[in-house]
Design a protein around this ligand. Structure first.
Ligand SMILES: Nc1nc2c(ncn2[C@@H]2O[C@H](COP(=O)(O)OP(=O)(O)OP(=O)(O)O)[C@@H](O)[C@H]2O)c(=O)[nH]1
Length: 398
């Protein structure tokens, strides 16, 4: 039986269109944003005309970026949206803190409970102080902070005398709050800066939860009525772009990505920010590949991604994602990352899986950078803004 002529024609036309578009190399853009951008001159005058085939090495050497491949026309989001996708309406971040508190209490009660019991004893002798110190060190508070806290507690107990359980609790609340420093700015850049979006880069070693965190953050921002665009510059792990796009699609946020495995991440980041400028979004969040902090080449590449983005817009926020369960090891990572890119905030993930909440204090002190968000589970809305008072209360709740 022959193929009907009409069908053959359709197949031929479809093939021509696909070849012309350079299947598999075009950047994809999906999402909810409908407003066409009015920004007509996204590239610097100094930037070279786009050429094909730029690689990470090319860009590193020349310190300029050109899209590695022909870039597809930005599809009208409605046209690109999956017809069957139902857009979720995420919860506001404020509402979720209360719900997540129970989890925080559970995961950290070793620290809070231990301290309360020890300090409520009738007689607090040197042995008790040693136990208190050990409790703090075991909770990953770090030696400096532990010494400081024990010294100030000792001083207060000496001057103010024995306290009942409630008195101990309020003393601990005050001292822990002081240690975590409530005066630090913990807001995440998400408002437009004049005629461009805020740009947020997310960095960290493999598997700490970068992609998941961006997905959760997109939800928080959508709940705050922001227009968000994601950039999948993690071109190292094949599934990462897909994973990011899926997170975005759930709340109608578009993702700029490359279909080429191992495409130049700086180029993808550049294109994402360009699309964010063109589409006049509020914030562009760029995911990057996990990297070992001791691999010089990969760390250099991270610096390059930032420089390339900055050809068209300043990077307003660099969030370093750290896994709370890795404890002090996270501190070493943090130090190396902050040497390569100017880290402006920490996201501490998997706090639900550790009793070592003291890492919050240690990291802040080591880096002088605030913990801005905490991950408290694998659920889509299990990311909470870090509020010092709430965190301390949760630590001290029974
Ligand atoms: N329990 C818990 N799991 C989390 C949290 N955040 C992320 N995860 C899990 O951590 C795992 C790794 O998350 P990803 O987002 O893929 O990590 P990544 O840093 O992007 O990984 P690479 O791309 O390999 O560098 C996933 O199974 C997440 O569900 C959290 O706050 N709590």
């Amino acid at each position: 039986m022959g193929v009907p002529i009409e069908l053959s024609l359709i197949i031929v036309i479809a093939a021509v269109v696909l070849i012309g578009a350079g299947i598999g190399v075009a950047f994809l853009l999906r999402g909810r944003k409908t407003k066409p951008g009015t920004y007509t001159s996204p590239r610097d005058e100094n930037d070279p005309a786009p050429t094909g085939g730029a690689t990470a090495t090319d860009a590193a050497e020349s310190d300029v970026v050109a899209p590695p491949v022909p870039v597809a026309e930005a599809e009208a989001p409605e046209a690109a949206a999956e017809p069957a996708t139902r857009i979720e309406v995420p919860e506001p971040a404020l509402g979720r803190l209360a719900r997540l508190r129970a989890r925080l209490v559970k995961s950290n009660n070793a620290l809070g409970k231990g301290l309360l019991v020890l300090l409520s004893q009738d007689k607090i002798d040197d042995d008790v102080w040693d136990d208190i110190e050990e409790t703090l060190l075991l909770a990953d508070l770090g030696t400096d902070a532990t010494t400081e806290l024990v010294d100030s507690l000792r001083e207060r107990v000496k001057i103010e005398g024995h306290r009942d359980a409630e008195g101990v609790r309020s003393m601990l609340r005050e001292e822990l709050t002081k240690l975590i420093d409530p005066s630090m700015d913990r807001s995440v850049a998400s408002d437009r800066r004049g005629d461009r979006p805020a740009v947020v880069m997310v960095v960290g070693v493999n598997g700490v939860g970068k992609t998941t965190t961006i997905g959760k953050m997109a939800r928080v921002l959508v709940a705050e009525d922001k227009d968000v665009l994601l950039g999948a510059a993690d071109t190292f792990r094949a599934a990462a772009a897909e994973q990011l796009q899926t997170w975005g699609a759930r709340v109608g946020v578009p993702t700029v990505r490359s279909d080429v495995d191992g495409a130049d991440p700086a180029s993808v980041a550049y294109e994402a920010v360009k699309a964010g400028i063109d589409q006049e979004v509020d914030v562009v969040m760029v995911d990057t590949a996990g990297r070992l902090q001791n691999k010089v080449g990969l760390m250099d590449e991270l610096g390059k991604i930032k420089r390339v983005i900055e050809k068209q817009a300043e990077v307003d926020e660099v969030l370093l994602v750290l896994d709370a369960t890795t404890g002090q090891n996270g501190l070493n990572q943090a130090k190396v990352f902050s040497e390569v890119v100017n880290v402006t905030g920490i996201v501490l993930t998997k706090l639900d899986g550790t009793a070592k909440g003291g890492i919050v204090v240690a990291i802040q002190r080591r880096l002088g950078v605030p913990v801005k968000l905490v991950g408290l589970g694998e659920g889509a809305d299990d990311l909470a803004p870090f509020v010092v008072e709430d965190f301390v209360d949760a630590l001290l709740e029974n």
